[in-house]
Design a protein around this ligand. Structure first.
Ligand SMILES: Nc1ncnc2c1ncn2[C@@H]1O[C@H](COP(=O)(O)OP(=O)(O)OP(=O)(O)O)[C@@H](O)[C@H]1O
Ligand SMILES: [Mg+2]
Length: 461
């Protein structure tokens, strides 16, 4: 333990490892009786005990403290008690160490003042007890028989001060003031350290939470990107499949019809060019009739192909009529009971938004037919607060949570994507009574949005 000892009337002299030998080496020969006060001001820093001459920061008498005073001489006890109380301190006086230990268990004290020579045991033992059990409690040692050995022991037991009797009131109050002040500063330091630790722990927790949230949102971003890629790939695939089907239908149906028409026209031309062919007017009329019938079929075929590409009923008659038409066809194809609830007036939706609602209905109906095992489906289009909502509800087995959350299939995702450009949304839920409800919502658009969106999406569908 390193310290410097400062004696009244002597300059500060040593900072070194405190031991009897190092002390006696610098010890003036007349000191054994000449010293009055050893002043130990301890500040523990990395195992060092530093000392200063006097305590510059101490505000003497400015702290009211609860003091445990251990003194076996009743008259000295009374005198010291009087001095301390006159400065406003609260004093618990006791004559021996067992009494002191009892009080320490019950009371919260700020400073201990103890005599060295006490009945049964030395005050230094009390000091050692404090060192082990109350390491932050400053203890002042007072003695009528100051010796170098007891001073060294007091330093080892981390005494705050070592005072030789008789002690003046000024000396006592100043020492107690310093001890309390230092205890206050130490307590404050510990409190701030604890607050700092708690703050750091909280900060670490916060950082961990934020990191976790960031990782989570990164993961969901990655998932959305993957879904987006999958959706783009599916769109390309669908477009190619549609083109292939269209090409097949044009080739197989339209091609055959036109070939038949061409053959009829050839036959008629041969009748006109070759006079040897003596066809009757009835035969010619029959051929013309056939050609007309093929032309009618061709026109129907062209209309059907065009309608498949874009439902003309939607453009001509509006969303409500298109939904009615689609449901009628769905009812013909499936054996499901259909209920349809449409508003009296056509909703004022721009064509591209109406098309999005129409396509969602088609996709949802396809899902009902493929997955629901339902007997009935209800389609409702109605105004909602701040917009329009479309509900496709079936009474089937009900969509599962994992289908909604982790579906790798792109039908549900595609439905959601359709309304995103207008700030709309599509939700899927299992109906408590059984079945699935698809709810599509489109917010009412401002005039500006409507114009822009129409331009933006006028080629989609
Ligand atoms: N009306 C419904 N009732 C019960 N389950 C449904 C219903 N609609 C969807 N599902 C479930 O949700 C899953 C995901 O649907 P989604 O439309 O995304 O994919 P899909 O129909 O299987 O394939 P596709 O990509 O061709 O549409 C389906 O596989 C099905 O299990
Ligand atoms: Mg589907």
């Amino acid at each position: 333990m390193a310290c410097s000892l400062v004696f009244e009337g002597w300059p500060a002299f040593t900072a070194g490892v405190l031991g009897t030998s190092s002390l006696t080496r610098g010890w003036p020969p007349n000191l054994a009786h000449g010293w009055q006060v050893c002043q130990f001001v301890q500040r523990r820093a990395g195992g060092l005990v530093l000392a200063e001459h006097g305590f510059h920061g101490a505000q003497e008498g400015s702290y009211m403290a609860k003091i445990l005073l251990v003194e076996d001489d009743p008259s000295v006890l009374r005198t010291l008690e009087r001095m301390l109380k006159s400065a406003g301190h609260d004093v618990l006086g006791v004559g021996d160490i067992p009494g002191a230990l009892q009080l320490l268990e019950k009371e919260q004290v700020d400073v201990v003042i103890t005599d060295i020579v006490l009945p049964g045991a030395s005050g230094l033992e009390l000091l050692r007890h404090l060192q082990d059990n109350h390491p932050h409690l400053p203890a002042i040692v007072i003695t009528g028989e100051p010796t170098l050995d007891s001073a060294v022991e007091a330093v080892r037991a981390r005494a705050f001060e070592y005072l030789a009797k008789p002690i003046s009131k000024h000396q006592l109050l100043r020492t107690v003031g310093q001890a309390v002040h230092i205890k206050y500063l130490e307590d404050e330091r510990r409190r701030l350290e604890a607050a700092n630790r708690a703050y750091q722990e909280n900060l670490e927790k916060l950082v961990a939470e934020r990191t976790q949230a960031l990782q989570k949102s990164e993961a969901s971003l990655r998932q959305s990107e993957q879904q987006l890629h999958a959706l783009a790939a599916r769109l390309i695939h669908i477009r190619e499949a549609e083109r292939a089907q269209m090409a097949r239908e044009i080739h197989d149906e339209l091609g055959q019809l036109l070939t038949g028409l061409k053959m009829d026209l050839h036959w008629l031309m041969r009748q006109c060019q070759d006079p040897s062919k003596k066809s009757t007017p009835e035969a010619i009329a029959r051929r013309l009739q056939d050609a007309l019938a093929i032309t009618d079929d061709t026109i129907k075929c062209v209309q059907r192909l065009a309608a498949e590409l874009r439902p003309s009923v939607l453009d001509k008659l509006g969303l409500c009529a298109a939904l009615r038409h689609e449901l009628r066809q769905f009812a013909d194809r499936s054996s499901l009971e259909i209920e349809i609830n449409l508003p009296d007036e056509e909703p004022p939706l721009p064509p591209e938004m109406a098309m999005a609602f129409f396509r969602i209905t088609q996709e949802a109906l396809t899902n009902v037919a493929r997955h629901a095992q339902a007997t009935k489906v209800t389609v409702t289009l109605r105004p909602a607060p701040q917009g329009w909502e479309l509900l496709i509800t079936d009474n089937g087995r009900g969509i599962r949570e994992e289908d909604i959350l982790h579906s790798n299939a792109l039908g549900l995702l595609g439905m959601k994507e359709r309304l995103l450009p207008w700030g709309g949304s599509v939700t899927f839920s299992a109906v408590p009574s059984g079945g699935t409800c698809v709810r599509a919502f489109l917010p009412r658009q401002s005039d500006n949005n409507r114009g822009n969106d129409h331009e933006k999406h006028s080629h989609s569908g």
